[in-house]
Design a protein around this ligand. Structure first.
Ligand SMILES: C[S@@+](CC[C@H](N)C(=O)[O-])C[C@H]1O[C@@H](n2cnc3c(N)ncnc32)[C@H](O)[C@@H]1O
Length: 504
């Protein structure tokens, strides 16, 4: 066992952090992981962590300064981490902090040149550049003033920009939302579990310290498009419920006796202790995984600095702007504007994140329905377009909307109820060709080297070269989705005949 792991274990014991004899914390070149030393069964409580041992704004020595400055959420927690790190051995969390990496290798810690080189074309490229600017702004506007206005003396060298970026990277990749009182916090031991998409073994449940009730809540994970959690000069309410991604279901059950905790009672909730429970059995010798949420590779890399090959939650986005530019090049800007505005009158829209509207393409290459409708509307004959434009806007029911469009186009009453049929009806040749063109334009963002080239590079790269390896996984997985989109747009549509049985 390494020295830092020994020191961590000693510190955890001194804080009353306890884990079952069925867990073993190991460290290798890839970092720390938690292994099962015997079979672990569903429902077994494997760890207990007093909330007092968690590093939060409330427990930090800089609480007063941080609260006076009104810093909450991940930003307040980053300030608390910087403060405690600055105390060195004098911090109550010294034994915990010494075991953390200096910074997590998330892209916001990369040089701008690395971001340009590794992430070009990917979903993260633009986001990371924006994040870098936002992080600098947060530091200047929220962290720097702490030094002058704080009621206690804070050491300037602990609150530099580099220290802020490093603290942010740890908060983003390791923090949990603990409860209403503590908000976000670093939770020792709980943050040693690695992630596996859709195959986690442990869960945490949280009991609100306000209510003291036992309505444990599995905090829902974000699915699909990642949200930006770097610009966090936001109050906790502004943030998604699962900000940290270190997905948190804590339980406040009473502390059982002994090391082997499978008989823990749940009759008396103790809101001061967090618990980790096995939700899916683990075989002796296997790694015990947590889940940080159902996330695609862009979100995983963004927040945690790693990716997974064959991640079923992966997506690629096609921006509405790309569709508008492509349509304007086929028709005209005026024509495109008119078609987009008809599409909007049907209550259609893309997904929206910050100032960008986009359509998701699933890991299977299936485009979002709204994109198909938009392409269909773009290709409507003028006469049909004019007729539809004179009609009352739709009720917001997507099936009714499409039925209306088809009814006007085919001059008969058509009623469609299932979404698969609707998609197939929308996939006329022109729409399919449009999808292929959009996929090709999106694909061109990756630059000159082909998907084959990227796949070869990935095969020859090492996981230890984290930045290169994980950005290649991201590129390859996105490009494979675009390839699947092209295949999707080229498949024969079987159901057209059945669909267009007309109801007069
Ligand atoms: C909450 S910590 C987990 C413990 C961590 N392995 C350590 O050494 O302390 C989260 C970090 O672990 C790493 N990690 C977690 N799951 C991973 C996975 N499936 N593959 C690669 N790295 C992973 C990433 O660096 C991530 O930012």
């Amino acid at each position: 066992m390494t020295r830092r792991l020994r020191a961590l274990k000693r510190w955890m014991a001194s804080q009353g952090i306890d884990h079952s004899d069925g867990l073993e914390i190991r460290e290798d070149d890839a970092g720390i992981r938690v292994m099962a030393t015997r079979d672990l069964g569903e429902g077994e409580v494997v760890a207990r962590i007093p909330k007092s041992a968690c590093l939060t704004v409330k427990t930090s020595g800089a609480r007063e300064a941080i609260e006076e400055a009104g810093l909450g959420g991940p930003l307040g927690l980053a300030a608390a981490v910087m403060y405690e790190r600055g105390l060195g051995e004098g911090s109550a969390w010294a034994g915990y902090l010494q075991a953390l990496p200096g910074r997590e290798a998330v892209p916001v810690t990369w040089e701008v040149g690395e971001i340009d080189e590794f992430l070009v074309g990917t979903e993260l490229h633009k986001t990371m550049k924006e994040d870098k600017a936002l992080i600098y702004e947060d530091w200047k506007e929220c962290i720097l003033p702490l030094l002058s206005s704080g009621p206690q003396k804070l050491k300037p060298k602990s609150f530099g920009y580099d220290q802020y970026v490093a603290a942010k990277s740890l908060v983003t990749s390791r923090s949990f939302e603990i409860d209403d009182y503590h908000g976000f916090g670093m939770v020792p031991l709980a943050d040693l579990f690695n992630h596996k998409t859709g195959a986690e073994n442990v869960h945490f449940t949280s009991v609100s310290s306000d209510s003291g009730s036992d309505n444990d809540q599995n905090i829902e994970n974000q699915n699909g498009h990642y949200y930006d959690d770097y610009s966090d000069n936001l109050s906790t309410e502004d943030l998604p419920s699962e900000i940290n991604g270190s997905p948190t279901v804590f339980t406040g059950e009473t502390y059982g006796n002994g090391n082997n905790m499978e008989h823990a009672s749940s009759s008396e909730d103790d809101p001061s202790v967090l618990e980790m429970i096995i939700v899916k059995g683990v075989k002796s010798g296997d790694e015990v995984f947590n889940t940080y949420g159902a996330m695609g590779n862009a979100a995983l890399l963004h927040r945690y600095g790693f990716t997974e090959l064959d991640n079923s939650f992966d997506i690629v986005n096609i921006d509405l702007k790309l569709v508008i530019d492509w349509s304007s090049s086929q028709f005209s800007s005026r024509y495109t504007r008119a078609r987009v505005s008809l599409w909007r009158r049907f209550d259609c829209s893309g997904c929206v994140s910050q100032n960008c509207e986009y359509f998701e393409i699933s890991s299977e290459g299936e485009p979002q329905l709204e994109l198909l409708i938009l392409l269909y509307v773009i290709f409507l004959p003028d006469g049909v377009y004019h007729k539809l434009n004179q009609m009352v806007p739709s009720s917001g029911d997507i099936c009714k909307t499409i039925s209306t469009i088809f009814s006007v186009k085919h001059n008969t009453s058509i009623s469609l109820e299932d979404l698969d049929t609707i998609k197939d009806c929308l996939l006329i040749d022109k729409v399919c060709r449009g999808l292929v063109s959009l996929a090709e334009i999106r694909e061109s963002y990756y630059g000159k080297c082909s998907l084959d080239d990227d796949e070869k590079k990935l095969m020859n790269s090492y996981k230890s070269h984290k930045k290169l390896y994980h950005s290649l996984v991201l590129r390859v997985s996105e490009r494979r989705i675009l390839k699947k989109l092209k295949t999707y747009a080229s498949r024969p549509i079987k159901v057209k005949k059945r669909t267009f049985m007309k109801r007069r």
